[in-house]
Write a protein that binds this ligand. Structure first.
Ligand code: NAD
Length: 292
């Protein structure tokens, strides 16, 4: 190579190396994310993941003690300015409306909604009382409707649109024994997401779904009544459940809150700017095998 050309190449390589060393702007810097059910489990893991990418996170939950603890932990890790927490019962319309107004005023808009607050409680269909059926519908189906409607009302005014991510469940597409109320409520969340995706697309609002399989650690659902209900439905001991969940998946792996949070990050960020109305199953390949 002529001397000047060799020098140019060497100089260009040095410049490239310098650029590589420079800190990159975080993917969600300047964005505001509201996460329902953010006091624990999948919601808290998601808040951590989004905050680690530079988002300001507003966690909301009905459990005020757990919410305060989660808020303190997040503020310690990411700074007080990056975190807020607001109590909410997602089944109460007036509270949900107030929540979104407060969050939007505090942070100047809303870029990401993660609708996640939920329960898992069910029974064989013959033993399902109307109250149990209604509880599932109120928190899962109606709760998701109320928060996504308020998010929609905010996001439609923003030139930048917004991204909504619903945490539904593998049970939204795969029937599970003794869980008709839960499965039906979860299925409605998926269809609500599709309808919102259709209405939101012209406004730049994307809506996608993450379907977890049973989360084998760090969730109140896993340690609560759901665990004994599942053991009863599968006619196994509670201690055998974890291995059953692993073995029935194609990959023979357990699923954890951080795995779900990774899926949420994908749909919340520009990585998925061409995706709406979609489902991502984070279930180690359980749902596509269509076993219970
Ligand atoms: P979790 O119980 O640890 O977290 C759920 C959170 O929602 C709790 O902090 C709870 O206080 C809150 N919540 C419940 N009712 C509420 C209400 N009315 N208003 C506001 N907050 C309320 O369980 P998780 O596993 O983190 O669950 C998160 C979501 O994931 C739920 O929608 C659940 O159905 C779904 N999911 C969980 C699993 C699992 O195995 N854990 C599997 C599939 C889907």
């Amino acid at each position: 190579l002529p001397e000047q050309e060799a020098f140019d190449i060497e100089y260009w390589l040095l410049e490239e190396a310098k650029l590589q060393r420079m800190p990159k702007p975080k993917a969600l810097a300047g964005r505001v994310a509201l996460i329902t059910g953010g006091a624990g489990g999948i919601g808290l893991a998601t808040a951590r993941r989004l905050a680690s990418e530079g988002a300001c996170v507003v966690i909301c939950d009905i459990d005020e003690a757990a919410l305060a603890e989660a808020d303190a932990g997040l503020a310690k890790a990411f700074g007080r300015d990056a975190v807020a927490s607001l109590p909410v019962d997602v089944t109460r319309e007036e509270t949900v409306i107030r929540l979104f107004k407060e969050a939007a005023v505090a942070f100047g808009g809303l870029d990401i909604l993660v609708s996640n607050a939920g329960i898992a409680s069910s029974a064989p269909v013959e033993d399902t009382s109307l109250a149990l059926w209604q509880r599932n519908m109120d928190i899962l189906s109606t709760g998701y409707f109320l928060v996504s409607r308020e998010a929609f009302r905010l996001m439609k005014h923003q030139a930048r649109g917004g991204a909504m991510v619903f945490i539904a469940s593998k049970n939204a597409i795969v029937a599970s024994p003794g869980a008709a109320a839960y499965c039906t409520a979860k299925a409605s969340e998926v269809h609500l997401a599709r309808c919102l995706a259709l209405e939101g697309a012209p406004l730049g609002i994307r809506v996608n779904v993450v379907n977890p399989d049973a989360v084998l650690r760090g969730s109140k659902i896993w340690t609560g009544e759901w665990r004994s209900q599942r053991a009863e439905a599968y006619k196994v001991g509670e201690n055998d459940l974890e291995e059953i969940y692993r073995q029935r998946s194609m990959l023979k792996l357990g699923v954890y809150p951080e795995d779900i949070a990774e899926g949420v990050y994908f749909f919340a960020s520009d990585l998925s700017s061409k995706s709406t109305g979609n489902i991502l199953n984070v279930d180690a390949g359980h749902a596509p095998s269509f076993t219970r």
